[in-house]
Design a protein around this ligand. Structure first.
Ligand code: HEC
Ligand SMILES: [Cu+2]
Length: 334
């Protein structure tokens, strides 16, 4: 009973955030995976109930009675029973195996560009890179996908093992360095679903979050156009944002692109900042405001331990940081 209570608590904990819950599927892959979970859960509950009923029955029926002396009759071996308790689990395993194997093969199927939008996922310590080879754009941190269409992911890693997981849509799959794994997902409705790294990968593993933004196809096409337009963005209007751009071009551009059409086919060193001003979180999880952005530029380690961005505290003065922040706020694609 205490164990069941703990399981219930844990499961309700998951369901509190509907966009981070495998129990509240938002697409056919997650729905099929949930039905497998439920099938095995029902089988387990059935087995548990039958075993418990037999257990209690035996306890009561063969208990020591008043006036009983000596040991009860001893029996050894029973062919009929042994066959029954071998065959029943075999049947249950078969009931589990058939849908599991068929779904596994279905999910492992690779869809080409005609059937599905292709997205290459590169996991980094501790952020995500998303490339759209057919659309010729690349995005950092936020994954945009169209609704009502399959999205075929090719996932890999730049450094250590991570795992790509979007509970409400399905998954997960390991991202391994030097190797490409395949998975597809499908979102039914527009919405923002949360994603996580699901493989312990270093000190900020738990902060390696990302967002999946599912848009209606027309909205998605608009987003693609806006991302492409980041290549020809006019210079910022205000003097301090211009000063910030100069600092950026000196200190930051070596790692960060601000143009979504750059850096295709090679893993980026740092997140592409095209559309950065539109992101509601910074570095995947910190609330995006000027104060936190300044803090991030000065000392990123204070927010996300072990991440690979150097701090600029002492190298840039407060004026320069505030110019940089002003410039970063112009990196919108909307
Ligand atoms: C040596 C490479 C390097 C340099 C130089 C660098 N960064 Fe970074 N930056 C990174 C890495 C790596 C990350 C990702 C950290 C993480 O989330 O794990 C990052 C993340 C960021 C983020 C968060 C991005 C997001 O999508 O939320 C911002 C903002 C940022 N850097 C701004 C700057 C600015 C401004 C400068 C120049 C003053 C700069 N960076 C210089 C490597 C670099
Ligand atoms: Cu990770």
């Amino acid at each position: 009973m205490p164990l069941l209570a703990v399981i219930m608590l844990v499961l309700t904990g998951c369901a509190q955030d509907p966009y981070l819950s495998a129990l509240d599927p938002k697409g056919p892959v997650a729905a099929a995976q949930l039905s497998l979970i439920m099938l095995s859960l029902y089988i387990m509950i059935g087995v548990f109930a039958v075993v418990m009923i037999i257990y209690v029955y035996v306890l009561v029926k063969f208990r020591k009675r008043k006036g009983q002396t000596g040991i009860p009759e001893q029996v050894e071996g029973n062919h009929k029973l042994e066959i029954i308790w071998t065959v029943i689990p075999l049947i249950l395993l078969a009931v589990l195996a058939v849908p599991t194997v068929s779904l596994t093969f279905d999910l492992a199927e690779k869809h080409n560009s005609e059937e599905a939008l292709q997205v290459k996922v590169v996991a980094h310590q501790f952020w995500w890179e998303f490339e759209y080879p057919d659309l010729e754009i690349s995005a950092g941190q936020d994954l945009y996908i169209p609704t009502g269409q399959k999205v075929q992911f090719q996932v890999t890693s730049k450094d250590v093992m991570h795992a790509f997981w979007v509970p409400a849509l399905g998954g997960k799959i390991d991202t391994n360095p030097g190797m490409i794994n395949n998975m597809w997902l499908h979102a039914d409705k527009p919405g923002t679903y949360k994603g996580k790294c699901a493989e312990l990968c270093g000190p900020s593993h738990a902060l390696m979050d990302f967002k999946v933004v599912a848009l209606e196809p027309a909205e998605f096409d608009k987003w693609v156009g806006n991302m492409k337009a980041s290549a020809t963005k006019p210079a910022p209007a205000t003097a301090s944002a211009q000063a910030g751009q100069d600092i950026f071009n000196q200190s930051c551009i070596g790692c960060h692109a601000v143009d979504a059409t750059k850096g295709l086919m090679v893993p980026d060193i740092a997140p592409n900042l095209a559309g950065f001003a539109d992101r509601t979180v910074l570095a995947g999880f910190v609330e995006h405001n000027d104060e936190n952005l300044a803090q991030w530029i000065k000392n990123p380690q204070s927010l996300k331990p072990g991440n690979l961005m150097p701090g600029f505290e002492g190298k840039l003065n407060d004026q320069q940081i505030s110019d940089l922040v002003e410039y970063m706020n112009t990196l919108t694609i909307e």
